[in-house]
Design a protein around this ligand. Sequence first.
Ligand code: Z5A
Length: 227
Amino acid sequence: MTGLFITLEGGEGAGKSTQIARLGERLRGLGRSVVTTREPGGSPRAEAIRESILAGHGKPFGPFAEALMFSAARLDHLKAVIRPALARGDIVLCDRFADSTRAYQGALGAVHDDVLVALEREVVGSTRPDLTLILDLPAEKGLARAAARRGGSASAPDRFEAENLFFHNKLRRAFKLIAKSEPDRCVVIDADRGADEVAEAIWEYVERLLGDDIKNDSQAHEIKENV
Ligand code: Z5A
């Protein structure tokens, strides 16, 4: 058994955290070891960088500096969490990864492609996702969901939630372009429907990725449960 690396991407409030929790539960129910994690963050040092970025401390330095901050967090996250988990044969489910740098700092921040490609090569190396699920939703709906979750005006939007609708529509297009450019790795999931339906659509792709592996695991798990 080898580890598998699955990432979820998309705009604000698309449902990534919701779906990662569900997918993790489903896979664990089949007896698989699952690590659910997120970016920026996922390790203590990367979480410290997350706090700083989302508080907007990187913004005055510009998108390139922010790309470096996300990359520094990613370096630690990969070393401390993702690579050890994959080496153990676990399934790693990660809420955002390098495609978010491509979309936010690249397409929106206008950091040049060549720079981001070089950065990604250095930071990510060969630890590329096996599958990337891009949750797609009209920007207005995602922002409304994120606002509802914050509870109206109870807490302020973070650094990126505070951007305008133009930004979020452009973001949506950027993720679709990434999916188009790497169709073997990426799939676009319609996230504008109930959470159960989204979960089923995601499961179809995950099941396909796991192939016979999951069928064998599932049977072995049933046998173990029944003895
Ligand atoms: N960023 C970057 O610029 N560069 C990078 O390299 C990386 C990240 C890695 C991290 O924020 C920010 O960093 C992010 C990009 C940037 N921008 N922002 N903001 P974050 O991790 O705090 O936030 P997020 O990644 O955007 O996630 P989110 O806003 O928490 O949304 P979500 O995880 O996709 O959605 P959710 O929490 O699962 O759902 C949102 C609400 O909708 C919640 O109340 C749910 O109960 C509800 N929900 C979920 N699914 C449904 C369905 N299907 N129907 C109805 N309601 C639903």
